[in-house]
Design a protein around this ligand. Structure first.
Ligand code: PHE
Length: 480
């Protein structure tokens, strides 16, 4: 059964994709990674990767969605069959949907922390509290499975509700209301940060580029972050692309998504680091930057409790608009493949994802140390899931680039891209050669972390991908 649904407006895809792209990646992960990696140089590598690798893959992923007009799994089945390419490419759909499933399971738990902090802020519990008390409160939250479970459940329910209402009534209407509201809140937080904090130090930190500051690890993290922040390789963009108007330009839309996403990460960075430096604190706190360092800064500022609460609402909202793009690929698949109603399909996806989320919930308390996964793999279940997605995301991006660059016919791509020869060739060069090289580089980071027996598995996956690419190419040459 094919889906003939299209977004109501030409520009809705852009709105939805920006909603997907802007999330915890911009507000939580980007600032803390930048902080850990010394600032400007990290941002330079991140922005370069977005321009040279992110945008071309973003175009490719949207193209696959729009050309198939189906959910990622069914869409890849359709494209491989209609183009007579190897069936192996269908792994793009399956891997994307699985990655979306896994990411949502822990994304929801982390977004849940923001619900807790919204409450802590508005109720004034952290006003004037000492740094020790605030650090301890984060520890207490993580140590309580009940609280984490409550927030995880609330967040998952909200995401399921929106997607369950359908792409027009739920997703479009939700985004049309949430996106402008989030933008206004971000501006308020920025103004507050600049006025009460140390904006000069923040800007210096973010925009002083000294490449010598950046370790190899930092380079690789910056590149990985550019995939995560653009929601690449996970079927989210492909699923939304399936509803994209034929009139909208792929290139212009992709560039706009990347620009808005990067601008928002930078604005969030300026706001957060102004507050952090204004309070005389250190930027390199890691994942606790948003949940410990920032609340400490808010605690001492005039109106800090109110603005802190508003800030955490921004975090919840941005996470929600990303989470719905993670529910959509699997929910749409269940509707297409099994003819389920949308509410049922969404409930199944969200329900299973909620269950998987329990692994993350318990990773911070009951299973935090010394339990089975630590003994087997040396890390918590949450760390294993995150690690898996760190592999699946770039691998998905790589396969999408190779499929669009090598396996699809020139006519199909030109028909979708509707662009001049020069840009077409540049894009093709980027997805055929530059993006795969860059992704291989990102794997340099993950490989040393993998236990010995996983390395051959990864090698085999890469060889299969290369083999599939070669065979498809050979088939094409024979056909001509
Ligand atoms: N891009 C989102 C963020 O920055 C995360 C995300 C990844 C959403 C993949 C959808 C798909 O928070």
């Amino acid at each position: 059964m094919s889906s003939t649904k299209i977004w109501t407006h030409k520009g809705t895809f852009l709105l939805a994709a920006v909603g997907s792209a802007v999330g915890l990646g911009n507000l939580w992960r980007f600032p803390y990674l930048t902080g850990e990696n010394g600032g400007g140089a990290f941002i330079l590598v991140y922005a370069l990767t977005i321009a040279v690798v992110g945008i071309p893959i973003l175009i490719a992923e949207t193209l696959l969605g729009r050309a198939s007009r189906k959910s990622p799994i069914m869409g890849m089945k359709y494209l491989t069959e209609s183009h007579g390419t190897s069936r192996h490419w269908q792994v793009i759909g399956w891997m994307g949907a699985s990655a979306a499933f896994i990411i949502l399971s822990f994304y929801s738990v982390i977004a849940g922390w923001a619900i807790h902090y919204t409450w802590l802020m508005f109720s004034g519990q952290l006003s004037g509290a000492s740094a020790d008390v605030i650090s301890a409160s984060f520890g207490e939250l993580l140590a309580s499975p009940n609280q984490l479970l409550l927030y995880h459940t609330l967040f998952m329910l909200a995401s399921a509700l929106i997607v369950g209402m359908g792409i027009h009534k739920g997703i479009e209407n939700g985004l049309r209301f949430m996106m402008p509201a989030l933008f206004i809140i971000l501006m308020i937080v920025l103004a507050y940060g600049v006025m009460t904090g140390d904006a000069v130090a923040a800007i210096k930190f973010l925009f002083t580029f000294n490449l010598n500051d950046l370790s190899l690890e930092g380079w690789l993290q910056a590149m990985g972050q550019s995939f995560f922040t653009l929601s690449l390789g996970m079927g989210a963009i492909m699923a939304y692309g399936a509803y994209m108007s034929k009139e909208a330009s792929l290139t212009r839309t992709a560039i706009s998504i990347a620009l808005v996403d990067t601008a928002i990460a930078l604005i969030a960075g300026i706001a957060i680091f102004s507050l952090v430096f204004g309070a005389g604190m250190d930027a390199g706190q890691g994942p606790g930057l948003m949940f410990v360092t920032l609340p400490i800064a808010f605690a001492d500022l005039p109106g800090g409790a109110l603005l802190g609460g508003v800030f955490f609402i921004l975090v919840i909202g941005a996470a929600l608009t990303s989470a719905i793009s993670l529910v959509e690929p699997v929910a749409a698949f269940l509707v297409e493949r099994f003819g389920f109603s949308r509410p049922l399909a969404t409930s199944i996806m969200a329900g299973l994802c909620w269950l998987l989320g329990l692994l993350t919930v318990f990773s911070f308390n009951l299973w935090s140390e010394g339990t089975w996964t630590h003994q087997l793999f040396g890390r918590s279940p949450f760390e294993i899931l995150e690690f898996l997605t760190n592999i699946m995301m770039p691998l998905g991006g790589l396969l999408i680039a190779l499929f669009a660059g090598w396996a699809l016919s020139r006519e199909e791509v030109l028909n979708e891209m509707d662009t001049n020869d020069r840009w077409f060739h540049t894009w093709q060069f980027l997805v055929r050669f530059i993006a795969p090289t860059a992704v291989a580089f990102v794997f340099l980071r993950t490989l040393p972390q993998v236990e010995g027996y996983l390395i051959p598995a990864l090698g085999a996956a890469l060889i299969t991908a290369a083999f599939t690419a070669g065979r498809t190419f050979a088939t094409r040459q024979n056909k001509v």
